[in-house]
Design a protein around this ligand. Structure first.
Ligand code: HEC
Length: 267
């Protein structure tokens, strides 16, 4: 189960990076990042910072400016008093971004719900590849399809120990221990594929896996073990940290209701 969770993570990342092939504009992939980086600061959800009473994060609120042509007029403007984003913000749209926005508006300016609130698709089409003997498993076909599309070739396979080091850092944030190295090398000499599989299984089963996965989560939530001042006398935040770590180690899925309900967690 846990493995599947990781594969999904990898897969969606890869799909975002490697397969933006289709010409069709997708709001979440192509447009939201532009609006969010270059416009939301002054025309987004934050009411206090909102300028000209215009917001582009809500379609209905933006339609009039799209339809009147004012939006395109402002991003194509050359007059410093008119151009958006304003020069003094030090933000700038590239020509490619302007073209994307223009095409998107001409196509009807459709919005999508934020990807983090949408469920993953039940299944995803697996791309065709030319070097059919390179992929070892389905996920590899996505990687290879991206590599082939870029006109590149996969590099050679890493040596076992190098591989172990990478996997260890990826899954636990730590280098492999001496014991792990010895066990792995002994297993590799018998059956390489099996040795790789069991090394990954051991890392997924270790407590450090949850810590590694929780790190990004806690960073985003601006978690700290300390307030950084002498007011640190009373620390009550750590149970939440431990809860997040344990949630990953128990593979609780954030959008499954039991992920929220299970308070008997440390038992
Ligand atoms: C640093 C703040 C800031 C950023 C970033 C910014 N704007 Fe503006 N925007 C303003 C201000 C201030 C006004 C009102 C003054 C004016 O009309 O020039 C404005 C006005 C506008 C208007 C005219 C609205 C009307 O009333 O007709 C449009 C359209 C617009 N912005 C589009 C954008 C777009 C598109 C982006 C991103 C690519 C963007 N702005 C980024 C500050 C900003």
């Amino acid at each position: 189960m846990r493995k599947r969770f990781i594969q999904f993570g990898l897969l969606s990342g890869l799909l975002l990076q490697l397969c933006p092939a289709s010409d069709e504009i997708q709001f979440n992939r192509d447009i939201r990042p532009i609006l969010s980086d270059k416009c939301y600061f002054c025309h987004g959800p934050d009411e206090e910072n909102r300028k000209a009473d215009i917001r582009f994060d809500v379609r209905e609120a933006a339609l009039e400016v799209f339809q009147s042509g004012e939006f395109m007029h402002r991003i194509r403007a050359t007059d410093r008093d008119e151009i958006m984003p304003p020069p003094k913000s030090n933000l700038k749209l590239t020509e490619k971004e302007k073209d994307l926005l223009e095409r998107w508006i001409a196509d009807g300016a459709s919005y999508e719900e934020h990807w983090s609130f949408t469920l993953l698709p039940e299944s995803v089409d697996v791309p065709e590849v030319e070097q059919t003997n390179w992929p070892k498993q389905t996920l590899d076909r996505f990687v290879l399809a991206g590599i082939e599309k870029a006109g590149e070739h996969p590099t050679g396979e890493a040596e076992p120990l190098r591989w172990l080091r990478r996997v260890s850092f990826d899954l636990t944030g730590l280098p492999p221990s001496q014991e792990e190295i010895e066990q792995f090398l002994a297993e590799v000499s018998v059956d390489r594929g099996k040795a790789y599989q069991s090394a990954v299984d051991r890392y997924l089963a270790s407590d450090s896996f949850g810590e590694q996965m929780a790190t990004g989560w806690l960073d985003l939530a601006r978690y700290a073990d300390s307030y950084g001042y002498q007011s640190d006398k009373l620390n009550t935040q750590w149970p939440w940290r431990d809860w997040v770590v344990a949630a990953f180690n128990k593979n609780l899925h954030p959008i499954q209701p039991e992920g929220r309900k299970r308070l008997d967690f440390f038992s």
